[in-house]
Design a protein around this ligand. Sequence first.
Ligand code: SF4
Length: 82
Amino acid sequence: MVSHRSPTGPESQRGRKFSYGIGTVAAVARPELRHPGNVDGAWYVDERCIDCGTCRDLAPCTFAVAGPQSVVASQPTDPEAE
Ligand code: SF4
């Protein structure tokens, strides 16, 4: 599943939803499914990761391989990196 920042307030708790014509898909990672391989911090990957590799391609300093999935290996340290 796509990695996102943890919900921190009422707006973010609603999550971002995308419509694909039939139904709606919630794109926010779920905190209760947080992958145990993530480092502590606001950003994380949940256990629904399908290992597509996009996050590692786009942010190789943040994401790393953890078995058959990706995890956040280093939290972004500035707003531009987020
Ligand atoms: S590899 Fe990264 S972008 Fe792909 S599903 Fe997993 S967390 Fe999401």
